[in-house]
Design a protein around this ligand. Structure first.
Ligand SMILES: [Fe+2]
Length: 271
């Protein structure tokens, strides 16, 4: 298990900044120095303090869930036969792209680009994937870094994004659906972390109807993407669009491990 994208210090900082609470205020509540709080926000290591409950209340974080993260909670591993996570690294930061491939028809789509095309290419070849479309969760640089390379390598690819600047045709809006062999991909809007944030919900048309939500940075295992300006909107959309899905729905975030809706409801301190 590769570990969570965020540690407990990241979670405290994201909530604090999202709610507009000064670091000094949190440090005072905890009985810590300003620099001790900063070290915690940077490193995520702390022992329990008596003030933990009231600080979490101020920060709108669930104290028990945050303590479980401090003690090393991670989601169990989970997989779906038609979903491949492709983690790419630029030497400092890792970002996930995803390959969705219908096993029968080999029709396939990519979700986000990762840092570079060579990292994706080996997966496409190994999976004999016939990629026709590239869906973009949001236009932050790490999620579209290889867009030019992909357009050069697969000139016929259709880019589907909420951002007019990226989309091949009309920008994507909530309510549109696409087919990929025996899978249906439904578009939902999850702004907050990014203004153009989209979540793609993929459902099997037949059989057990397993489902995945490709959420970009709206939600991470145990955490969420930073939303300093639209924190309440970001959380509201995650609740409405993602956490309302069936507990077994696989969540495929832009960073960190796969998780499930039920596990996030039980363990994510933001919700
Ligand atoms: Fe992002």
């Amino acid at each position: 298990m590769a570990g969570l994208e965020d540690h407990a210090g990241d979670m405290v900082r994201k909530s604090r900044v999202g709610l507009g609470i000064a670091a000094e205020e949190v440090a005072t509540l905890l009985g810590w120095s300003f620099s001790a709080l900063k070290t915690f926000e940077d490193e995520g290591v702390a022992s329990a303090t008596e003030a933990w409950q009231s600080v979490c209340q101020q920060l709108d974080l669930d104290a028990d869930k945050l303590l479980a993260i401090l003690q090393g909670w991670e989601p169990s591993s989970v997989e779906l036969p038609w979903l491949t996570k492709i983690e790419t690294d630029d030497g400092g930061m890792a970002v996930n792209a995803y390959l969705i491939k219908d096993p029968q028809s080999r029709e396939a789509v990519l979700v986000d680009t990762g840092w570079s095309y060579p990292a994706l290419k080996s997966y496409l070849e190994a999976n004999q994937a016939d990629v026709r479309q590239l869906f973009i969760t949001h236009a932050h640089g790490d999620h579209i870094a290889a867009l030019t390379e992909i357009r050069e390598a697969i000139p016929e690819i259709e880019v589907l994004a909420a951002s007019q600047a990226l989309a091949t045709n009309e920008p994507l809006k909530a309510g549109r659906t696409f087919s990929c062999g025996g899978l249906t991909i439904a578009v939902h809007e999850t702004p907050g972390h990014a203004e153009d944030g989209l979540t793609f919900i993929v459902t099997e048309n037949n059989g057990p109807r397993f489902q995945a939500a490709l959420v970009g940075d709206a939600l991470f295992a145990g955490s969420m993407g930073g939303a300093p300006r639209h924190f309440h909107l970001a959380k509201e959309k995650v609740r409405q669009v993602i956490l309302s899905l069936a507990d077994e729905t696989v969540i495929a975030p832009g960073h960190g491990p796969l998780t499930q809706v039920g596990w996030e409801k039980q363990h994510n301190p933001f919700f």
